[in-house]
Design a protein around this ligand. Structure first.
Ligand code: AMP
Length: 176
């Protein structure tokens, strides 16, 4: 089990100075292209939530859609898209959040989550936490029974998790 997690970790490539100088980008593409690693990530994430009664998975655009939809399928839950502004048709609700430069907004369609739902929010990677906290706020507005948050990778040195609301159950497979 531990060695499988280490195997996943070793498969994630560092790309220096991407997308801007000074950033070490954790390239999940190098992990996901490998069928065994893709399978290990899917299995380990699924195992964490197998017994939680998850009814909806919220995937965050765009890399959160990859394992988010796998998780929804494996947990027999529905899938909800959290998208950048202007991408979703119909009635939406939105939350804005502070980025390094300026603000950004994330949107979900109304009617996608109900108070009966147990929601798992998924993104590929936790960095500063700006994006995920906005999605947590957004999902909370639907008043579901419970909200969980999951990542493949967490950059612990950025302490993003410390800004999460109290009691938010959060798991990440790989920590740097
Ligand atoms: P944040 O809002 O700072 O937590 O940023 C989260 C989003 O940005 C994630 O969905 C990642 O896809 C992406 N991201 C931020 N920093 C990195 C990094 N060092 N390596 C790979 N992806 C990153």
């Amino acid at each position: 089990m531990k060695t499988e997690i280490e195997e996943i970790k070793r498969s994630i490539r560092d790309i220096h100075d991407f997308p801007i100088p000074g950033i070490v980008f954790k390239d999940l593409g190098s992990a996901l292209k490998n069928p065994r690693i893709f399978n290990l990530i899917a299995n380990h994430l699924t195992n964490l939530y197998q017994d939680k009664g998850i009814t909806k998975v919220v995937g965050i655009e765009s890399r959160g859609f990859i394992m988010g939809s796998v998780l929804a399928y494996r947990l027999q839950a529905g899938f909800v898209l959290a998208r950048k502004p202007g991408k979703l048709p119909g009635e939406i609700i939105s939350e804005s959040y502070q980025k390094e430069y300026g603000t950004d907004t994330i949107e979900i369609q109304t009617g996608t989550i109900t108070p009966d739902d147990v929601v798992l929010i998924h993104d590929d990677l936790l960095a500063t936490g700006g994006t995920i906290i906005a999605v947590q706020r957004l999902v909370k507005r639907f008043q579901p029974r419970k909200i969980y948050t999951s990542f493949i990778v967490e950059l612990e040195f950025l302490h993003g998790r410390e800004l999460f609301p109290e009691g938010m159950e959060t798991e990440s497979l790989i920590k740097f």
